[in-house]
Design a protein around this ligand. Sequence first.
Ligand code: FAD
Length: 434
Amino acid sequence: MKVVVVGGVAGGLTCASNIKRMNKDIEVVVFEKGVDVSYGACGMPYNLLDLEKPVESLYALSLQEIREKRGIDYRLKHEVIGVDFDNKSVTVRNGDKEFEENYDVLVIATGARGNKIPIFEGNDDSFYFKTLEDLRKVKSYLKENDVKKVCLVGAGYVNLEVAEVLKEKGVDVFILEKMDYILPQFCDEVREKVYSKLKEKGIDLFLGVDITAKEKGVVRTNKGDFNADMFIISAGVTPNSELFDIKKGAKGAIVTDRYMQTSRKDVYAVGDVTLAYNRVIDDFVYFPLGTTANKQGRVAAYNIVNGNRLEFYGIVQTATFKLFEYTVATTGLSEYQMENLGIDFEKTVVTTHTRGAYPGGGKVTVVMYHDKKNRKILGAQMVGEDVVAKRIDIIATAISNNMKIDEFAWVDLSYSPPFAPVWDPVLTCAQKAL
Ligand code: FAD
């Protein structure tokens, strides 16, 4: 059997590696159009901390390891530019050469691209922050220029992480956001904390900003002109699915079943190019994350090798990021989603300490949602100091298992003063909801 994988980062390499791990006799060819082997994009903001640190330190494996240890025929600078599903072949461009490659099974792992804002095209002080190549350009601009002030366009989690890192490096930072609020997945209580943390750190956030023109060192907007030495844009993503004549859903992402098989026979899709099965609503959503791409890649590999037997367990939309002393985290449905789905939900909010009789710790705000009718936990959000990310994971596990708030409120979580109060903040919140 020969498997061709298109795209060689999180989803693509995971799938290729797992196929080889399960059956080394299967031929696996990965075509990656970029110049970098599989890397952890999630580490990009933190790689910025040290301008001398090579961006290649984010590689998951070297090309040699992928080829020699894993036995994968991994080819960089190879772009798939056409697919013939009937004849089971792809057209590949490498430099000025083009060739056809046959497959028995095709895996689409082309990811998503950062949304472009045309006004910024051709400006040598403006950069995107989606790929390792983007990171290279950002770092070399920071090294070669006297950058004192950076304008971040878009207030998603990526730019918030970048804002913190640049500020820690002594660079003045401000953020422009097109919408009237930030982080649509989160509720007002969490957003307010984020706004005040940015303010405390001297990072100005301007909301409802329409950028109308860009000139060197300045953007013109409906809220006035903003000057900066450098502009970094992270304005959402779009799935790289256009090449494939295949069933698609929200945002143009590829539709798969829970085996990760697409509407085309012997064609699988994984990662940011696909929708993900959401356990809470028993439906597919677009929620692109590296953690999901990895799991989907492994599931697709299993099904390619063993026949369609392993279902993708499903996401509950868990995500987290750091903002200075704060960790911000979410799992389950957002208020916006629940309102859209017409779910009658109850919201409970507590702000409490994260530790007992032990120095350190801090305050955390926990927000939990449950269904008023069947009492199932539907979602949670958290912001605060100390351990937040792992606390949201407790609730993610509960949601994944359809737990009711009344059961969750009594769960046997560990207690010792250095780690938690007697009632962990997540239990305090659930108790309040009873
Ligand atoms: P990608 O990583 O986008 O890889 C797709 C690859 O396909 C690309 O290399 C592309 O060049 C290649 N390709 C596309 N078209 C073709 C073609 N026609 N032929 C050949 N090759 C092609 N996720 C988390 O879970 N947690 C985090 O903390 C987190 N932080 C992030 C921080 C940053 C700055 C960024 C940018 C992303 C972050 N993510 C995070 C998201 C995560 O990186 C992505 O969800 C993940 O990389 C998706 O993997 P993928 O394999 O589906 O797609």
